[in-house]
Ligand binder design. Structure first.
Ligand code: PHE
Length: 450
């Protein structure tokens, strides 16, 4: 099997692409609405703990597998543990990515619609209620929701068929910093609205009386979702990385960026939710109702609104690229002549899979699976079951199948790592992560209900 021939042209390129995969709808769209429905501050605190204590070690574990083998997900596991079933972790990641991208792209489609709207709509003077009505009207339209989802997938396919370094790396360098800057503008406006402090309290002051087993599981799922963990995407991305780069440094910067944008998103949304008298429990539509309302109270708000939607679209696309890339890379296995065909076939299948999710807020709103709409069901399955399951298997695989000395060597490349940090990482990965994930899983099988 051929070695990976593509390489990142710079360390920054890799960090931006990996951060581009991590930062997307998870931190900006999902975190606020899950925090909103799961009790606010306590949820956020548990999410932060999981991100640092489990997310960071797991990210490093995925990086180690990828860089050590220089292979895409499935082959990487095969290389380390030949003639075993461990490569099924890679397969699981591919199935999970497939399902995830199918509903992710639906939300990407909503952003496209809003971007288009932002050009034509005069948001000044519109009330938050009107924005709520506009959202319902938009996504309840079946043809529009499916069309927008199709265009989003089309954009993803077009970039991925061009290949990883050309397609992804180039644009991240400008767009991600721009997104951060614009977020700071929104946060400032949101915090200076009348009644904003109640939202800050809701988001940052933990109230543990609201914590249930489900809160813990959702926080765990959210931590993995927003770092793109458990699907071996970070294995695939780090396989393109040269061996002189430091993995711990890269992983720490990505986790720090993700936490930073999560805090910005919370501080942009919740103060405004309370200031406008909206409910934090709105669910998936939350940011689509709250953010336009914030923009309508800013001078030149319409311009900022366009800019924000464009940058959010970009952040969403860079995550979508990573999801399609891992599927395509597992098909091509380094044979770039197959890339085009693989991107189109996988992409179109994902589009079809996403159609019921696109209809979940319209004509399929009353068709329920285990009490959830198709969209919410897929999101639950992916975020709270498949991602933690993938992460659990990776946490078991790495210490079991890679020698401790090899791990230490891999983590020391580029810049040396202190033995105590290495040992802390090893304990968190080998003992703490599996136990924590298994305990959170007990909730799913109803263990806590007895
Ligand atoms: N991390 C991405 C986001 O927050 C979503 C994602 C999850 C992407 C898993 C790839 C794999 O938007």
């Amino acid at each position: 099997m051929s070695k990976n021939t593509e390489q990142w042209s710079s360390k920054l390129g890799f960090i931006l692409a990996a951060a581009g995969s991590a930062i997307g709808l998870g931190a900006i769209w999902k975190l606020p609405y899950v925090a909103g429905t799961s009790g606010g501050g306590a949820f956020f605190l548990i999410f932060l703990l999981f991100t640092v204590l489990l997310g960071l070690p797991l990210l490093l574990a995925e990086f180690t597998i990828g860089r050590h083998t220089q292979k895409e997900a499935v082959t990487a596991y095969r290389t380390i543990a030949p003639h075993t079933k461990w490569h099924w972790i890679g397969r699981l990641g591919i199935v999970t990515s497939f399902l995830l991208l199918s509903f992710y792209s639906v939300v990407g489609g909503w952003i496209l619609i809003y971007l288009f709207r932002a050009f034509t709509l005069n948001i000044h003077g519109m009330t938050p209620d009107q924005f709520g009505g506009m959202f319902q009207e938009t996504i309840a339209n079946p043809a529009l929701a499916i069309f927008a989802h199709f265009i989003f997938m089309l954009l993803t396919i077009l970039v991925i068929q061009m290949g990883v370094s050309k397609g992804i790396e180039r644009s991240s360098k400008i767009m991600m910093p721009a997104l951060f800057l614009l977020f700071i503008v929104i946060v400032v406006r949101s915090l200076t609205l009348d009644g904003a402090m109640e939202g800050v309290r809701f988001f940052l002051l933990p109230d543990f009386s609201s914590v249930t087993g489900e809160t813990v599981l959702f926080a765990l799922g959210q931590a993995f979702f927003s770092l793109s963990l458990g699907v071996s995407i970070m294995v695939t991305y780090s396989s393109y990385l040269k061996s002189k780069e430091s993995l711990p440094k890269s992983a720490t910067s990505i986790v720090a960026l993700t936490i930073f944008i999560s805090i910005l998103a919370g501080l942009a949304i919740f103060p405004a939710v309370f200031a406008f008298g909206l409910e934090p429990t709105e669910g998936p539509p939350l940011i689509f109702i709250v953010l336009p309302a914030v923009f309508s109270s800013i001078p030149f708000g319409s311009v900022f609104f366009i800019l924000f939607m464009a940058l959010l679209l970009f952040a969403t696309l860079t995550s979508a690229f990573s999801l399609l890339e891992i599927i395509v890379a597992s098909i091509t296995k380094g044979d770039e002549t197959k890339r085009k065909k693989a991107a189109w076939i996988a992409g179109l299948l994902i589009f079809i899979m996403g159609v019921p999710s696109a209809l979940s807020y319209g004509i399929l709103a009353d068709t329920l699976f285990f009490g959830l709409t198709f969209f919410d069901f897929l999101d639950y399955l992916v975020s709270n079951i498949l991602l933690p399951l993938g992460a659990l298997l990776i946490a078991i695989f790495v210490p079991l199948k890679i020698k401790k000395t090899t791990l230490f060597e891999e983590l020391s490349k580029g810049s040396s790592i202190k033995k105590v940090w290495f040992n802390i990482w090893y304990v968190l990965l080998r003992y703490i992560a599996p136990v924590a994930i298994i305990i959170a899983f007990f909730h799913v099988i109803g263990f806590w209900d007895y």
